[in-house]
Design a protein around this ligand. Structure first.
Ligand SMILES: NC(=O)C1=CN([C@@H]2O[C@H](COP(=O)(O)OP(=O)(O)OC[C@H]3O[C@@H](n4cnc5c(N)ncnc54)[C@H](O)[C@@H]3O)[C@@H](O)[C@H]2O)[C@H](O)CC1
Ligand SMILES: [K+]
Length: 474
């Protein structure tokens, strides 16, 4: 099953891998033609009713594969209003090749020609709301016709995710949907064919620009770092990178022995000192109350140190907290056997992954199944960091290939925790982890040509925004 948003992301990832949308459209059109041949015999009259988006574009392609049929193509609107280049180019090709392709400029005068098969290519996953005119009138005409009806991707008017239709929708005898089943078609009472259109599995396996685009438009919220004690750089890097990834405010709760030093790194941070020189169970209730009262995304771990009472405090915090948290570094020993209502993203490095009873391997791509099993066992997202990062929620598992050897330098994991937390306020745990890892690696890649193996985590604070919002297609 794949939702419309995920389909759009996978589409863009395929383009990034070198399989452009026009090629996908060609495959979609070919798949439609194959289904037509199963439904009607050569010589049959086939009427294509096309909208002005890529749904229509698919059917313009199909027309070229149906020369043994009597095909007419009706475009609902003027050709110059076709919404995408790839659909327009396919329309123009039909016109130049003298196919029977006409524009329906006056929708009031729409007459569905007598035919044996109607191809419904008005709208697919691009539908918003109830069908507007002329699509609504045309949908009724299609439903009233004697002809069989084949819908392209989704019957026009039906929401691909919910299966609902806010107004009239085409009643299709058959549907050809692309790449993967759509949730809204699961209960469709006609037959549904899922057509492979040549999208490489890598477009879903590897996190890509399509995933980033689907997340970066909606960022914000507050991040609350519970870190510091023996160390001060880690919480400061994590708190700053959260801001660089779009968080509005970034707080650091730290022992008063180091709070001033952490504040000294950046005036952008709001450092809240607590008594003592390390995190202890006495602070937990106050920290839980603060984090929950502001609906903060918590990062717990950077620079906490490994004193027994600090691990106890991290465990107490995570058992009590019911919000969203990135669990990194010194807080990870609290994870095995943890019983919590919180939603967590755990970000272990190689050593920490092994200590969590996860696999120990140089190349995490060889142990993705074990990482998936670990995520399933602990019931939270695991972002396993390595030369290649592997993210799993126990059901879905994806791989991030951005990043470079220069990022072995200390602190890049703190940045990653911050970026994930910066996204976690407005997107779900799995996507925040996937895109956070992709952006962190990209931030390092944007630096490598200048800083090589000498790049610093603090340098990467400068390139995180470009990694998030820049249009670099590297
Ligand atoms: N994702 C893929 O891998 C592929 C998808 N293909 C096909 O592309 C469509 C989605 O195309 P898109 O251009 O995004 O949108 P649509 O063509 O579905 O519709 C947009 C079109 O419809 C108008 N519109 C929107 N809402 C309404 C409404 N309520 N009433 C009337 N008109 C409406 C809007 O103005 C646009 O003009 C997908 O379904 C596939 O068929 C690729 O070709 C193959 C790969
Ligand atoms: K359709």
């Amino acid at each position: 099953m794949i939702t419309a948003d995920r389909m759009a992301a996978v589409d863009e990832n395929a383009e990034h891998l070198g399989v452009p949308r026009k090629q996908l459209m060609e495959s979609s059109g070919n798949a439609i033609a194959r289904r037509v041949r199963e439904m009607v015999s050569p010589g049959a009259r086939v009427c294509i009713v096309a909208g002005r988006g890529n749904n229509g574009g698919d059917a313009f392609v199909a027309a070229r594969f149906l020369d043994e049929y009597d095909v007419s193509v009706l475009l609902l609107g003027r050709a110059e209003t076709i919404g995408t280049d790839i659909a327009r180019e396919n329309w123009d090709a039909l016109r130049r090749a003298e196919y029977d392709a006409t524009e329906v400029k006056d929708s009031g005068a729409f007459e569905l020609p007598d035919c044996d098969l109607v191809i419904d290519a008005m709208l697919g996953t691009g539908v918003t709301g109830a069908l507007r005119e002329p699509a609504a009138t045309v949908a009724r005409a299609i439903n009233d016709a004697d002809a069989a009806v084949l819908a392209v991707d989704v019957p026009s008017g039906v929401n691909a995710d919910s299966g609902e239709a806010e107004g009239v929708a085409v009643e299709a005898d058959a549907v050809v949907t692309f790449h993967d089943m759509k949730p809204g078609l699961a209960d469709h009472d006609g037959d549904v064919t899922v057509a492979d259109i040549g999208i490489p599995a890598a477009a879903e396996r590897f996190v890509g620009p399509g995933d980033l685009r689907s997340v970066r438009g909606d960022v914000g919220g507050r991040v609350f770092v519970i870190g510091g004690g023996p160390f001060t750089g880690a919480p400061a890097l994590a708190a700053q990178s959260a801001l660089r990834a779009g968080a509005d405010l970034s707080f650091v709760a730290a022992p008063n022995t180091v709070a001033g030093e952490i504040q000294g790194y950046a005036e952008d941070l709001i450092v809240q000192p607590y008594d003592g020189d390390r995190l202890t169970p006495e602070q937990v209730d106050g920290l839980v109350e603060t984090a929950e009262s502001y609906d903060d995304t918590v990062i717990i771990g950077p620079g906490l140190g490994n004193a027994d009472e600090t691990i106890d405090a991290a465990t107490d915090f995570l058992e009590s907290f019911e919000g969203r948290a990135v669990v990194d570094a010194d807080a990870l020993p609290a994870i095995p056997g943890l019983d919590t209502d919180a939603t967590l993203v755990c970000t272990p490095n190689r050593k920490e992954l092994a200590e969590m009873d996860g696999p120990d391997a140089d190349d995490l791509r060889e142990v993705t199944d074990e990482i998936e099993t670990l995520a399933d066992d602990i019931g939270h997202v695991v972002l396993a960091k390595g030369a290649t990062d592997v993210i799993s929620d126990g059901d879905r598992t994806r791989v991030v290939r951005t990043g470079n050897t220069g990022m072995k330098v200390g602190g890049t994991g703190d940045l990653l925790a911050g970026i994930v937390a910066g996204l976690f306020g407005t997107t779900d745990a799995f996507d925040a982890a996937c895109v956070g890892s992709f952006v962190n690696g990209r931030a390092g890649d944007l630096l490598y040509d200048e800083r090589y193996e000498g790049l610093l985590a603090s340098d990467m604070l400068e390139t995180i925004p470009a990694a998030m919002w820049g249009e670099d297609d590297a």
